[in-house]
Design a binder for this molecule. Sequence first.
Ligand SMILES: Nc1ncnc2c1ncn2[C@@H]1O[C@H](COP(=O)(O)OP(=O)(O)OP(=O)(O)O)[C@@H](O)[C@H]1O
Ligand SMILES: Cc1ncc(COP(=O)(O)O)c(N)n1
Length: 266
Amino acid sequence: MTIARALTIAGSDSGGGAGIQADLKTFTVLNVYGMSALTAITAQNTLGVHGIYNLPMEAVEKQIDAVITDIGVDAVKTGMLSQASIIELVSAKVKQYRLSNLVVDPVMVAKGGARLLEQSAQDALITHLLPLAAVVTPNIPEAEVLTGMTIRNVKEMREAANRIREFGPQTVVVKGGHLSGEAVDVIYDGSTFRELQGARVDTRNTHGTGCTFSAAITAELAKGAKVTDAIAVAKQFITCAIEDSLELGGGHGPTNHWAYGKRRQI
Ligand SMILES: Nc1ncnc2c1ncn2[C@@H]1O[C@H](COP(=O)(O)OP(=O)(O)OP(=O)(O)O)[C@@H](O)[C@H]1O
Ligand SMILES: Cc1ncc(COP(=O)(O)O)c(N)n1
């Protein structure tokens, strides 16, 4: 039996709703074998981030080398990268192993406001990692940082997607979770703009939506899906996960990673 393999290079969320925990849960539900290279450990729950502990560069490098040289990967995603030096290392590894199915979730700030990427590392993201990405998935605040624009509507999301694509990624998805009204995501592949519509679910349990969405894209790419199909599955996956979100903790609860699989009986 062959099984698709996906690697997440990201931070740990002890609360289990975001970070590598969200990624591995998503890979599993989508029938993909998940692996991880941890960049940082966060002490985190639904109320916020209570501590960040970066791992040594050597530890990040060895984890990536260990899984790729033995098990191999069909797709890779990045989440919390924390520092410029880790971005540079990950970019070098992507080149060294010629990893083509790379999904970059440019995680910068957690919901409660804690920085998950040092401000000085934003340039490294643009210079080193975005040019290597098959797909990059900024939310509205991240797209604003990357472009210097203010984004208030779908027209401005399109403009941002266009500008971010100039940094080199093949496909840009600007996620609309932070705007009001419908949860619309804008996709731009250099020739066509597409919009993925989703009804907005009225819940505060949206911790980990961005991680889960980008992990679902990665899982589908690992199985050989086309980019547009992978993004469409991811949108369905996250909509189900938010609709059936979990009332856990006293703050922003996690999404429900089983929901998509249960509804489709996969
Ligand atoms: N309340 C909601 N109802 C339906 N879909 C949503 C809602 N919030 C976000 N989404 C969808 O979830 C996905 C992730 O988008 P979002 O903008 O929330 O990412 P993010 O900001 O990276 O995540 P987070 O806010 O957890 O850090 C997108 O497809 C977005 O449209
Ligand atoms: C370790 C870690 N990584 C990423 C996020 C952002 O999560 P999201 O944008 O999916 O809510 C987070 N809160 N913690």
